[in-house]
Design a protein around this ligand. Structure first.
Ligand code: NAP
Length: 303
């Protein structure tokens, strides 16, 4: 192909037709550019919506002028206007048709109202990406009358580009469009494609809510530190750095979790004493039951 083009270029090049060649080059340049320019609208620009917006900008995946932030909360929208993270509006207009990707980032209880506002305004070229907990694709299709839906469950470390998102999609979305959405999600951290939508509830329970479990554990470890005589700052520093170091060992030490535990808990030692109390008081079971309760709640919400 390249050879052919090269060949024909060599044979047919006519200096008198320079303007024709120039127009052709410009046409190809703008066509390619158009493929890479995405216009994104984020509906609901709270914690998660803004985390997504900032990651897209940080990784240069969208230009600010092509990022529409629709935020109905007046106070929030004023802040967004000042920080100039995108084009900020507080109502949805027909202009939304110009956007390739529409991200639904309102709270699940605000979705029905939002759906009425966007119904009839979307076209088949657009993809809707929902990050709302517990709203199934079927319901999004029903209420918005739009069929190209990707459903994702991120978590708050997305704010630092360190999130993990499980996502699933309806059939019928082209692979190239799905890759574009995946690339955008990856700007907020890592992602994993989930084949079965039902498993999004498990993602919600494990990684969506997961940061809160971690803070809970850090909080109670810090309180134990205070009980032993440390001030809050020192206790928190000891706990946070321990968590960070331990995370890196899970990642790098090539040991199983049990081996890592054993490496700290020598026979008859202090760690063993703590683990014995954790097990006697059923902490292991409580953690599992808590996460399963989160999954059940996610299922209830999506009914
Ligand atoms: N936070 C998490 O850890 C997490 C993790 C995974 C997924 N999610 C999902 O992400 C979504 C957003 O969560 P969040 O924590 O970012 O919520 P949030 O901070 O409350 O942000 C939602 C924003 O949307 C605004 N809003 C409501 N209705 C609107 C409408 N019709 N048009 C435009 N803006 C509207 C809200 O305004 P008002 O405050 O005035 O209502 C609010 O500012 C939720 O569905 C949640 O399930 C959250």
């Amino acid at each position: 192909m390249i050879e052919l083009i090269h060949h024909s270029y060599k044979i047919n090049f006519d200096p008198m037709k320079l303007d024709v060649y120039l127009s052709l080059v410009l046409y190809i340049y703008f066509s390619i550019k158009k493929c890479f320019i995405m216009k994104i609208a984020i509906l609901g620009c709270g914690n998660m919506g803004l985390a997504f917006a900032r990651s897209f900008i940080q990784f240069d995946l969208v230009k600010k002028e092509n990022l529409l932030l629709i935020e109905k909360n007046e106070e929030r929208s004023q802040i967004l206007k000042k920080t100039k993270e995108g084009v900020v509006v507080n109502v949805i207009t027909d202009d939304i048709k110009e956007y390739d990707l529409i991200i639904l980032a309102v709270k699940p209880q605000d979705f029905e109202v939002l759906a009425k506002e966007i119904k009839g305004k979307l076209t088949d070229n657009q993809i809707v990406l929902s990050i709302m907990a517990g709203i199934r694709i079927k319901k999004i299709i029903e209420l918005t009358d739009h069929k190209y839906i990707v459903r994702a469950m991120p978590n708050t470390p997305a704010m630092l580009g360190m999130g993990i998102t499980g996502f699933t999609a309806v059939e019928g979305i082209s692979i190239s469009k799905l890759f574009k959405v995946e690339n955008l999600i990856n700007a907020t951290g890592r992602s994993i494609y989930i084949e079965d939508e039902d498993m999004i509830d498990a993602v919600t329970a494990l990684s969506g809510s997961g940061p809160a479990y971690f803070y809970y554990f850090v909080k109670h470890m810090t309180e134990a530190g205070k009980k032993m005589g440390f001030d809050e700052g020192t206790a928190l520093l000891l706990v946070k750095q321990t968590m960070l170091g331990a995370y890196h060992l899970i990642h790098n030490a090539e040991l199983s979790l049990d081996e890592l535990i054993t490496a700290v808990a020598s026979k008859g030692g202090t760690t063993e004493a703590a683990l014995k109390v954790f097990n006697e008081q059923g902490l292991d079971q409580a953690i599992k039951n808590g996460i399963l309760a989160a999954e059940s709640r996610a299922k209830e919400l999506s009914e």
